[in-house]
Design a protein around this ligand. Structure first.
Ligand SMILES: Nc1ncnc2c1ncn2[C@@H]1O[C@H](COP(=O)(O)OP(=O)(O)OP(=O)(O)O)[C@@H](O)[C@H]1O
Length: 591
């Protein structure tokens, strides 16, 4: 893909930043002020990009957080005469803390429940501020002091433009850094189901709250800038209609892309300006007719460019990411593998009921270090349920599961991953918008330590290079090195399964749980996979395999457990199990 003749690469944001620095030299005060306003809006939209486009959480309430930032500084600078530079961290912390509290309650909800909750907090904060006398009610607060720096008064369009530009550039830089980090990859995986993030040891619930808090803090920064730019605040610009307009900006610009935040803010703000100026004259009466035009634009974008204008433009121009400059290098292992033959997983009388259905019925078996155990059974026998019980996606109704003697059947998936139990999924779970390399690096999540702040400030680069080198090593190991810069969505299904194995190997597993890894692979690819699994076995890794391909499973497993209606029908060496009359009747006979 990257060597397509017409492929162009993004030059990076520096030329744009240079242009933005020079614009006030050629534009008049009105347009400089308009640009400042657009950049303030793009800060809120940037937060929404993180929240909605990247993490998949819809919020109509972002304008309320803008208001929180604006009112905090308005109140403290006019009522308490605090310096605006002091009110900035106060506004950020207060809004961040409120968002964390709101997020802890509402982010458990998903889908439309969260969107409805965001409407609720957006509306309540609007009326709360409007009705509190010390915030000036619906008349608002005026006399907000201008920003000053080393004795210089920064009032006026041009000085404020540069302050806003500095804040916006720093925020975009921080968010880009975050998305290009260990934490960023985990955040990007969340919208594809918490099970994926948990399977590599990340905590989706905490990450969601962190993203929500960060988005609210970006909105608060926008509010602080707005208050000192306008020097007057009232509740109107922070109402629910603005919350919806910010969401329009994110979706129209392209909610999954950071640069879409700017495109959306530019398009919606300019369009509103033009429509507000022209529509009353055209229609002969005043009213919020621009909302109708936004609605139509939104429909057009959703019809023609569902991902938003920026991704649409990138695709049309054939812009490609530059190739990754990473060399494969394995990280030191974080665990010592148990001695060959030692039982690592002990399943003891495990049962799982779904209402009246017993999907797994008092099943017992062991998985040993340096061995490949195949779990067989006809459709509906309970194999995937057993997988999900071991990996912590489901809790057992009865029985015990032990890993190296320690009970794990009450642990969550991420705790199980941190023990060194890595898995793939029957229905492939990848982050389609991330490259093959990034998807593999997701598996190395627990092998890094850098948190959100270090990632935002780009202090994680040395660790990040090690994680990517490890991911590259695993891609080389499974035969996907050549595809490292390809988007995961562009791989054929068989290779997507192999990529899941690379991601699982990056966990540095003691046990590898593979759910139908050979499904969709061609003959040669199956042979390569068999070779890889045998090498892993020889290195001492324990492999538990669910597979329907008989030749594949008979060729590589040391032992087989056959399930039927949730129960164990047979266990033993592959050839013995194959010859077992009960198995032939129940399963092999049906082949
Ligand atoms: N979450 C669930 N709720 C209710 N029933 C379920 C659930 N998950 C699985 N089952 C049922 O449990 C039984 C075992 O399903 P499971 O998916 O574990 O079988 P399997 O052996 O993996 O089958 P396949 O090879 O088709 O994937 C089936 O009857 C299935 O319908």
């Amino acid at each position: 893909m990257n060597d397509r003749p017409h492929a162009r690469h993004l030059k990076g944001p520096l030329p744009w930043l240079a242009a933005a620095l020079l614009l006030p030299l050629v534009l008049g005060p009105y347009h400089v002020a308009l640009l400042g306003y657009i950049m303030i809006a793009s800060l809120v939209t940037l937060g929404l990009t993180l929240l909605t486009g990247v993490t998949g959480l819809v919020s109509f309430g972002q304008a309320a957080f803008v208001g929180m930032g604006a009112y905090t500084t308005a109140y403290l600078t006019t009522g308490w005469q605090l310096s605006p530079w002091l009110t900035l961290p106060i506004a950020l912390l207060l809004t961040g803390a409120s968002a964390a509290a709101i997020g802890a309650v509402t982010l458990r909800m998903s889908g439309h429940f969260l969107a409805i909750a965001s409407l609720a907090w957006g509306i309540s904060l609007f009326y709360l501020v409007g009705n509190l006398p010390w915030f000036g009610g619906f008349n608002g607060l005026s006399g907000i002091p201008p920003l000053t720096l080393a004795g210089f008064d920064l009032r006026g369009e041009v000085p404020m433009y540069y302050v806003i530009l500095l804040c916006a550039a720093a925020s975009f830089w921080g968010v880009l850094n975050l998305l290009d980090s260990r934490i960023g990859r985990a955040i990007r995986s969340i919208r594809h189901g918490g099970a994926l993030a948990e399977s590599v040891g990340a905590d989706p619930a905490r990450l969601k709250i962190a993203v929500f808090t960060l988005a609210a803090m970006l909105a608060a920064l926008a509010g602080w800038l707005y208050a000192h730019d306008q020097r007057f605040v009232n509740p109107t610009p922070f109402g629910i209609h603005m919350g919806i307009e910010y969401l329009f900006m994110a979706v129209i610009g392209g909610a999954s892309s950071v640069w879409g935040a700017i495109v959306g803010a530019v398009v919606v703000t300019l369009l509103r300006q033009v429509l507000e100026d022209t529509l009353p004259a055209l229609l002969g009466q005043t009213g919020n007719f621009e909302i109708v035009a936004f609605g139509i634009l939104m429909l057009l974008v959703l019809q023609r460019a569902r991902q938003g204008l920026w991704p649409w433009l990138v695709e049309r121009l054939g812009v490609r990411r530059p190739a990754s400059a990473v060399a494969p290098m394995a990280m030191p292992s974080i665990r010592t593998l148990p001695a060959r033959g030692e039982p690592v997983l002990s399943i003891d009388g495990v049962q799982k009921n779904f209402g009246g259905l017993v999907a797994v019925n008092r099943l017992s078996f062991q998985v040993e270090a340096g061995g490949i155990l195949g779990l067989l059974g006809p459709n509906g026998a309970g194999k995937s349920t057993m997988f999900n019980l071991i990996s912590g996606v489901l809790n057992a109704s009865a029985g015990e599961i032990r890993f190296l003697g320690r009970r794990i059947d009450r642990l969550r998936s991420r705790a199980i991953a941190s023990c060194g139990i890595a898995r793939t999924f029957q229905h492939v779970k990848l982050v389609p918008s991330m490259t093959v390399l990034e998807n593999a690096a997701l598996g190395a999540h627990l092998r890094g330590r850098s948190g959100l702040v270090r990632s935002v400030l780009r202090l994680d680069r040395a660790e990040e290079a090690r994680l990517l080198a490890e991911a590259a090593h695993q891609l080389e190991r499974v035969g996907l090195w050549a595809q490292r810069d390809e988007l995961a969505a562009n791989l054929p299904l068989g290779q997507q399964r192999v990529l899941e194995i690379a991601r699982a190997l990056a966990v540095d597993p003691v046990v590898l749980l593979l759910d139908e890894p050979a499904a969709g692979l061609r003959y040669k690819e199956k042979q390569a996979l068999a070779g890889l699994l045998l090498r892993l076995r020889d290195e001492g890794v324990a492999v538990l395999l669910v597979e329907h391909d008989m030749d594949f499973i008979l060729g590589i497993t040391d032992r087989l457990v056959v399930m039927h209606y949730g129960q164990k029908l047979a266990e033993g060496a592959p050839r013995d199990v194959q010859a077992n009359a009960d198995v032939q009747l129940a399963y092999l006979g049906a082949e």
